[in-house]
Design a protein around this ligand. Structure first.
Ligand code: EPU
Length: 444
């Protein structure tokens, strides 16, 4: 199998500048893509079976292409059809249990290949995954879970090696309901001998969907969506063809943009239950939100008022919408508090927002060598002005673009590759609903 017109990660990450001109009102329809954070895990799950797995509605993002490379390094045949948004994987034989470090580093999701590899081959060697710089991101929960299932785990520098004859079912208590940690242990336990119970499991929609996908491949998982998961190990999993769930974070970003610019958008292919933590806050701000089947209509309100948010595991407010929502809070009347409780350092982007004139006061903790920002006070409304700003991470990038849409003048966003990692056809989708955005390559 081969890629159909697949660009390399390198061509996607060429440094460009996104120019955003202010004064836009977002109006129209947006078709939401498949969820990155579901697609990447589904791709890892393909390692659990010799059969062919067909994944549809896969967003064609840089992280998806990185994951395809990783699967190939383990010996899987991977076909990426960019036109159809389809990824077909057949891991008939696993030919290697390690892969070059550069294949693990571009994304955080690479870590979820470890569980399936350990379950299928009894061995895996990988390096600490990369991803956004939003604070320390240990994987102790994953590794302790593997050990509970009988594996020996050794770490030398950032290389981790895990080995086991055959994983066995275990009782695993997770100190924190880690999203990828739950996914890793869920996948590992599907082929373990006996019963596994995971306590304090993540209930993020992408985790729940992965569990259902595994069940459709022959796994026996119950309790999905609750903090206690039970997995009865099976001998083998089989192939499947499935559709990736819609991206609630992409939908949320456009919804926030509509409210912030005084606009109105209809988002197509959205799951109401996944949007709940955001829609409650949008209504509290003063926006109107309706759902009809798989569509979500968002309309900005006459006057927008301040609200407080604190990020928490689902169904708490999603950390991945914290930065875009903060952009909105700069435009509402009053003082809002933002409390980031998932990551220890995910407010760094506020210094970029301040360059645009936002009045944000950040509380810092720690010592002089390591100051971390966990909460902020946003005073609004602020008149923002265009500036040259950095994207910092996937979600902060969208925050800066949204701020640019309401700012006076032009905003120039650097590090555009962060947008490519998380948002499919972002510029096209935003332009279609009235955003004045241009993806440019500076003259060299
Ligand atoms: N944590 C630990 N030990 C662990 C695992 C996590 O202390 O073993 C801590 C982390 O340091 C962090 C918190 O727990 O402070 C949350 O981490 P979690 O493991 O839940 O996050 P993740 O699995 O690394 C995924 C998404 C993130 C998303 C979070 C929360 C993927 C590839 N990444 O990360 O997505 O923010 O869950 O839902 O699924 C993004 O898409 O922009 C993004 C960052």
């Amino acid at each position: 199998m081969s890629d159909i017109a697949a660009p390399t990660t390198a061509t996607l990450t060429t440094e460009r500048i996104l120019k955003v001109r202010g004064g836009c009102v977002l109006r129209g329809d947006v078709f939401i893509s498949g969820a990155k954070n579901a697609a990447l895990k589904a791709m890892a799950a393909t390692l659990l079976t010799r059969d062919e797995v067909v994944l549809n509605n896969v967003p064609m993002l840089a992280d998806v292409l990185s994951m395809a490379e990783l699967l190939r390094a383990f010996g899987a045949e991977v076909e990426v059809d960019r036109t159809q948004g389809r990824v077909t994987v057949q891991a008939r034989e696993i030919t290697r249990t390690s892969a070059p470090p550069d294949l693990f580093r571009p994304t955080r999701a690479s870590v979820v290949a470890a569980g399936p590899m350990l379950a299928r081959c009894g061995e895996v060697s990988f390096v600490m995954p990369g991803g956004d710089k939003i604070g320390r991101r240990p994987i102790d929960v994953h590794l302790r879970g593997f050990e509970r299932m009988g594996a020996t785990v050794e770490q030398t520098g950032d290389v981790i090696e895990a080995r086991v004859d055959k994983l066995r079912g275990a009782r695993i208590y997770m100190d924190y309901p880690s999203h990828t940690g739950t996914e890793n242990l869920l996948m590992a336990s599907t082929l373990a001998a006996g019963k596994t119970t995971i306590f304090n499991a993540s209930a993020e929609p992408e985790v729940v969907w992965l569990g259902h996908l595994l069940n459709r491949m022959g796994a026996r998982i119950s309790g999905l969506g609750s903090p206690i998961l039970t997995i009865d190990g099976v001998e083998r999993l089989h192939g499947v063809s499935d559709y990736i769930i819609p991206d609630r974070l992409e939908a949320g970003s456009f919804a926030i943009g509509a409210v912030m610019t005084g606009g109105e958008v209809t988002l197509h292919d959205v799951r109401e239950a996944h949007m709940l933590p955001l829609t409650e806050k949008l209504m509290e701000v003063g926006a109107d939100v309706w759902f009809r089947q798989d569509r979500m209509l968002v309309r900005s309100g006459e006057s927008l008022r301040s609200v407080d948010i604190q990020t928490l595991p689902f169904p708490g407010f999603p950390t991945d919408l914290q930065a875009p929502f903060t952009a909105l809070l700069t435009q509402v009347s009053g003082v809002s508090r933002v409390h980031e409780r998932v990551y220890e350092d995910r407010l760094r982007y506020t210094s970029e927002l301040r360059k645009m004139g936002a009045d944000i006061r950040v509380d810092r903790i720690g010592n002089a060598s390591e100051l971390l920002a966990t909460s902020a006070e946003v005073h609004g409304p602020s008149r923002l002005r265009g500036a040259r700003v950095a994207a910092i991470d996937i979600r902060a990038a969208i925050c800066m673009v949204l701020a640019g849409l309401v700012a006076d003048g032009e905003t120039e966003l650097e590090e555009v590759h962060h947008v490519d990692r998380g948002y499919e056809n972002f510029v096209e989708k935003l332009t279609n609903i009235g955003g004045d955005v241009e993806d440019t390559v500076p003259n060299v």
